[in-house]
Ligand binder design. Sequence first.
Ligand code: C2E
Ligand code: MG
Ligand code: MG
Ligand code: MG
Length: 284
Amino acid sequence: SCKDKGRNNYCFYNQDMNQSEQEVLQLTQDLRQALSGDQLCLHYQPKVELKTGNIVGAEALVRWQHPQRGWISPVEFIPLAERAGLIVELGLWVLESAVSQCKRWHELGYKNLSVSVNVSAIQLRRGDFELQVKQVLSQTGLSGEFLVLELTESLLLDVQHSLQMCLQGLREQGVILAIDDFGTGYCNLGYLQRFDVNMLKVDRSFVSKINQSKQDEAIVRAIIQMAHSLNLEIVAEGVETEEVAEQLRLLGCEKGQGFYWSRPCPPMDFIELVVKSSATTRGL
Ligand code: C2E
Ligand code: MG
Ligand code: MG
Ligand code: MG
């Protein structure tokens, strides 16, 4: 298949391929086009401080508007990009766009906003990721402490020394390291310390029913306690109702993200939410 031939190798249709393989191949070729055109954009989902309702940052989530098929979910095309080696180029584009966007928010006066970017394991294994981050930060003039990199637990199972050096280098630039979808992988406290992680994002599968399921509540409570004793910041994902937000607050969770506050939205809509939220907290 395509992936075995590595990146930068073109693939051609093969008679043995079934329908879905052909579809995947077509979509991968389309994605290559999308990267060089203007079919990709970023949406931003607010990260909210539960105590005050203040927006403290946003997660950048990539969106693809396919010319024929319309919007395609990143759940569908990120794996394709990973297999085809396109994730490196796509990931760099996401990083550059998100960091420049965050710099513009600061220039507008919202100097406390941070931006979170999802990072694929393949990007980190390339060896030059740390340098890419350094260059993007210095080109835009954003300080590293306003950039959060979201990593998955499985990525941290990699015991390679090079990964440790890379993440350490990122921390030295002030960049914040978060574990995405926490609780769904195989992470353990040892990895958390070894990699000097700063933040846990509790997976929405535990969060969304916290007010209905005692078991989910117990899991979230335990994660929050663990995070606190390890001095890790905690963000609950998938908050869809006021009840869940309130319960998280009572459990001592500091921050949340979810449809309750907003779906991921275009930059213009995001900044409008920020303006409104800061006007409310200033009592305007
Ligand atoms: P993720 O990083 O865990 O992002 C959170 C996902 O949950 C987003 O889906 C978001 O729209 C969704 N979500 C947020 N709040 C709620 C809620 O209250 N309820 C529910 N049901 N869902 C909620 P999205 O945008 O479809 O992204 C899916 C995944 O695709 C992301 O999961 C991330 O793993 C990946 N992804 C997205 N953008 C990028 C990117 O630029 N690079 C990489 N490598 N992966 C990306
Ligand atoms: Mg994420
Ligand atoms: Mg997540
Ligand atoms: Mg996810």
